[in-house]
Design a protein around this ligand. Structure first.
Ligand SMILES: C[S@@+](CC[C@H](N)C(=O)[O-])C[C@H]1O[C@@H](n2cnc3c(N)ncnc32)[C@H](O)[C@@H]1O
Length: 437
């Protein structure tokens, strides 16, 4: 079953109808989304079976059931995370949202339940998350490339059991969930095939590999749910059978300013992967605090993407750790990027600079690029650059197969193949491998 998000007007219509009861669109969006989440958990059998009262009481019961499945889901009953109960719904508004989910369920193919569409739906419903915090989900094909250039080499270098990755602006978890799947099935080396990764141990290990932090506590709770739902789906168990001791490394925090959040400890990650917010903070107080905390990059009307790069390269990454990001390319053209380009970035080992401004990335109106660095001073004299010549001639039917994106993937493939060949040849010449290996 493929779940497609609907036209924006459909989400707008249901939010407007429910907001007549709640009085504001933010709470209406949360009511609607929480009901979709409960339906997702129930219909995929991820919740323990049990009688369900109708209406909002049923939603409250489902959220309590979910919260009791694993400590990481406890925020779903926290009124600070889901502030809906003070603005109750009447029967008519409940019927509208219930009917919406009955007609457009966010269900997935049984072999892979990971709440992907739930994440997209939150973006579509919550204007507050979109406009206020720059929530813009990372399409899976972008996440795949970012992980290929960061988590995968990190897994080879540090070993799948020890490697740790974080997305410090994880949203509803598209990158984090993709990293979980990648960590579960480590990349094949040479002719050796990777293990299937669907045993309890491999699933727990993959869960321990991944961390995510987001300012939006409901988005962070969704990331936790999606990681646990992925585990439950792979193991074919309900959520309450996922051991409560399994690590779900997800937190709601301000990654740029919260020095006390344990997941943001310095030097803990071999791969930092993000699609950070590109906006400038609207609140002058926050703008100044970020400027004071990141004077090396937060200059003038800076974009938050710059302090996020500094956070990843100077703080979160272990020495030599990989930092991959899809980011706005405005820093290349605007004054606020001058110091970043001339003084900050040259201190690090740039590996890839990929112009993605010509690619069609749904939801990303801003021209983008992919930057991959290692958290160490520059090594060698090569940076791989993929330059864009032209944009897509028309909006591709399948953005993952757009002409520009396909050309980028082909260029990455041939460069990686060449590097691997070169590496093998050098090892052979040093006598580290024989011709039969
Ligand atoms: C472009 S979205 C990230 C998408 C996500 N990485 C994914 O996998 O789809 C940017 C996210 O940054 C979060 N954000 C904005 N400022 C933040 C901050 N100071 N600390 C942590 N997260 C922040 C927003 O709430 C939003 O979810």
């Amino acid at each position: 079953m493929t779940v497609r998000t609907l036209a924006p007007a459909m989400y707008d219509k249901v939010t407007t109808a429910v907001a007549r009861d709640t009085g504001d669109r933010r709470t209406a969006a949360l009511w609607i989304h929480a009901a979709g989440l409960a339906r997702h958990a129930r219909e995929h059998g991820r919740l323990p079976a049990g009688a369900q009262p109708p209406g909002p009481d049923g939603l409250r019961k489902s959220l309590e059931d979910l919260a009791s499945c694993h400590p990481a889901l406890a925020p779903l009953t926290d009124p600070q995370v889901l502030p809906v109960w003070d603005q109750p719904l009447g029967d008519a508004a409940w019927e509208i949202l219930d009917d919406f989910w009955a007609r457009h369920p966010v269900l997935e193919a049984e072999h892979r339940v990971d709440g992907y569409a739930l994440g997209d739906t939150y973006q579509m419903l919550s204007e507050d998350a979109r406009k206020g915090r720059a929530l813009c989900q990372t399409p899976p094909w972008i996440a795949r490339l970012l992980l290929r250039l960061s988590l995968e080499p990190a897994m080879e270098e540090w070993g799948p059991a020890d490697v740790r990755m974080i997305d410090p602006a994880c949203g509803t978890g598209h990158i984090a969930v993709a990293a979980f799947h990648r960590a579960r099935v480590p990349p094949a080396r040479g002719r050796r095939r990777s293990p299937a990764g669907d045993g309890h141990q491999a699933v727990e290990r993959a869960l321990a590999t991944v961390a995510g932090v987001d300012l939006d506590p409901y988005a962070a709770a969704l990331t936790a749910y999606r990681l646990l739902a992925s585990c439950a789906s792979i193991l074919r168990i309900s959520l309450d059978h996922v051991p409560g001791s399994w690590p779900v490394n997800v937190a709601a925090a301000d990654s740029l300013l919260d020095g006390d959040e344990p997941l943001l400890r310095a030097g803990a990650y071999h791969a930092c992967v993000a699609n950070p917010p590109y906006i400038t903070p609207r609140d002058a107080g926050v703008r100044d605090r970020v400027r004071a905390a990141y004077p090396q990059v937060a200059v003038g009307k800076y974009s938050l993407a710059l302090p996020f790069t500094a956070l990843m390269l100077e703080c979160l990454a272990a020495p030599g750790g990989y930092v991959a990001q899809l980011t706005a390319n405005a820093f290349m053209k605007r004054e606020f990027g001058r110091r970043y380009v001339t003084e900050f970035l040259p201190r690090f080992d740039a590996r890839w600079i990929i112009d993605t401004s010509g690619a069609y990335i749904p939801g990303h109106g801003t021209p983008t690029c992919i930057l991959v660095h290692r958290a160490r001073p520059p090594v060698g004299d090569t940076v791989t650059v993929i330059r864009g010549n032209r944009g897509e001639p028309r909006v591709p039917e399948d953005p993952a197969r757009g002409l520009v994106w396909s050309a980028i993937e082909d260029a990455v493939d041939s460069r990686l193949a060449r590097d691997r060949f070169q590496e093998g040849l050098e090892r052979f010449q040093r006598g580290e491998v024989t011709s039969s290996e």
